[in-house]
Each structure stands twice: as C-alpha cells, then as structure tokens.
Ligand binder design. Sequence first.
Ligand code: SAM
Ligand code: SF4
Ligand code: SF4
Length: 380
Amino acid sequence: MSERIIPLIDERLASLPARLPAVPIAATGHLTDRLQRPLSDLRISVTDRCNFRCSYCMPKEVFDKDYAFLPQGALLSFEEITRLARQFVAHGVRKIRLTGGEPLLRKNIEILIAQLAALRTPGGQPLDLTLTTNGSILAQKAQALKDAGLQRVTVSLDGLDDAVFRQMNDVDFPVTKVLAGIEAAQRAGLTNIKVNMVVKRGTNAHEILPMARHFKGTGVVLRFIEYMDVGATNGWRMDEVLPSAQVIELLKTELPLVQLSPSASGETAERWGYAGASGQHDAVLGEVGVISSVTQAFCKDCNRARLSTEGKLYLCLFATQGHDLRTLLRTQASDEELASAIGHIWQGRVDRYSELRASLPPDSTVGAGAKRVEMSYIGG
Ligand code: SAM
Ligand code: SF4
Ligand code: SF4
C-alpha cells in the first residue's frame, strides 16, 4: 500500500443544520451569494458507490470491502431529489448534472431522469440536463437514458492505452468498453458529448496526444482536467499536477489550435479550437478544453451547488461540511420552507477555496490535509 494515502475520517457524519430564516426567502429566479455569484448550476450525487477505484478519487486502500458506504435509507429517493431540484430551479438553476460515485449504478436512474426532464424554468424552458459517467455500462444504458429525456453526457476516460487505463481505474477495466459506451451514446442521439481526462504527471501525460488525435473531428469534445486536491484520501501532490498551459503547449506541437471564447458565464473550461489550413478554427475538426482547477482559480464566477447522495447541500467542492436538507424534507417542510432554507444557505456563501489555496497555512481547516468531503460522495 502507498504510504501517501491519508486515513479517511468520516466527514459525512458532520453536517450543518438547514435553518429556516426568520424572514422567509421567496424564490425569484435569481439568487446571489455574498460575493454576488448567482446560483445556476446544480450537481446531484445519486450514489456514493462506484465500480472503479481511480486512485485520484477512490483509492482502493481506503474504499475497500470494509468501507461503509451509505445505507439505502440514507439516500434521497427520486421523489425527494426531484422535489428539491424544483426549488433550486425556482431559485434560478438552469443546469442539472447527475453524478456520484457512478450514477449509472443507481437502480432505475432513468426514472429520475424522466422526472427531472419534466421540470421547467420559471420562464417555461426545459433544463440543461446532463450526467457524468465512467462509461462502464453506458453501452447498455445509452438509449434508455436518451429516451428518458437526457440530452447530453460527459464520459470520464483517462487514456486510450489499455494498460494505462486499467491501471488508472484500478479494477482492470478495459478501455474498449468505455469507447463502445461513447459510440453508443452518439448512436442513441445524445449530443454535445464530452470526454474528461484527468491528467496526472508521470501516470498518463503521454496519453494526451493519442487522446486528442482519437477524438479530433468526431464531434466529441475532449477536456483535460488538472489533478485536484479534492477529498482527504488521494495523497495529492502538486508535483503530479500538469498545468493546463503545458497541456496546450504539448498539443500545439502537433495540432494547431486557436483559443475560443467561453460558451457561457461560469464555464470552467478554457476552449481551444482545432485550426484548419486557413489558420482559423475549423468547426468540423472540433475543439478541446482545459480545466485548470489548480493553476487558475475560477471561483469568482462559481455558480455551482452540490447536493450529496443523502441530501446535504455543499457550497464548494472543497467544503468540509454540508447543510442538511434531508431532515427538513423528512419533517414535512413545505415547498416554500425548502426554498427559503436553500435561499438562506446560498445567500450566506463565501466559499472560494481555489483562490485561497496558495495562501492557506498548512493547518488551515480548509487547506491541504483538512477533512474535506470525498469527491465520490459529493460528486464531481
Ligand atoms: N464516476 C463518474 C465519472 O468518473 O465520471 C462520476 C463521478 S466522478 C467523481 C466525476 C469527475 O470527477 C470525473 O470526471 C473524475 O475524473 C473527476 N475527478 C475525480 N477525482 C478527481 C481529482 N482528484 N482531480 C480531478 N478530477 C477528479
Ligand atoms: Fe468512480 Fe468516477 Fe471516482 Fe473514478 S472518478 S472512482 S469512476 S467516482
Ligand atoms: Fe467553486 Fe469552490 Fe471550485 Fe472555487 S474552489 S470554483 S468556489 S467549487
């Protein structure tokens, strides 16, 4: 076992109560936090379980056969998730991403997708509904997901070389099955498909160019993600982070790129388009993205809330505690009370961990080594 694994302390037990403010906060479709950031993106974790053991997320030394995953009764039901999601939408959420753990492992996930796909914004628009998956059972599920109302999907894939991929998922899962899942998603009519590759220097950086060559011109947008210091178990080290600027330099040695403007405010990825013979972006060749969560903080536009599998609201990926909405749900709170509690929590938000990371003292309660919640629990 690696000596760099830090023992897990179960932070899921700690939570902050979701309080009802003295003056109710009605949902107006526009809710801002203390740094004037709107709430517009909700990530919902539907399970804390996964069939992979990616070392940067669920190292198998910690998430072993004795690991206590959440019991069934602790999970929000689909009806509870949808009821909460409706309040978030009333506050201005336009985009919902289902995640986990591995979201496709949650039984009958299509039923939840159908419920969420039926939600409408206050202006009557459907939501931008998507899901992040490791792709392992996507080939079997893609059509059912699309039929239930899913519009698009993001697949995580850390390399094309089978040996590298099997080592990174750490359960000996073959890359061909994930590639088949991506193709099935395309055939099923899911659009705007993205592939996320976490880059770890010394592990899969040599897969950057093969991945780019493979997905160029396929309509799939490949995005390179800097390896992050999320959670408290992955033994993160800065020297294993390959800065996005270096990823772009490497790509440019072989594939001409031009920078594109962001597609939306709060967009985490910097976009680069493949240039054609004219030197301009050629839409047929497509684009790649880099997500520089470590070297370039994007907290100032962070509009993302995260709902854990058991109904805790987290205001930042690096938070140590969530706000317990499940107790409110299960003690007969009205929709107005749920909306008011969510409004109160978001209005108090000051989180901006990535901006602070560099200046935090080593013993900070939010800094490196703090008992932060795991990515597999809160969702990516
Ligand atoms: N199991 C699904 C998957 O892998 O796509 C969904 C959950 S996973 C936690 C969501 C995303 O977080 C994945 O794209 C994964 O690569 C990314 N991720 C997990 N740990 C990470 C880390 N330490 N740094 C950067 N990205 C990470
Ligand atoms: Fe599972 Fe996704 Fe985490 Fe990998 S990144 S262990 S697939 S939850
Ligand atoms: Fe948002 Fe927290 Fe990430 Fe900053 S560190 S971008 S506040 S999730």
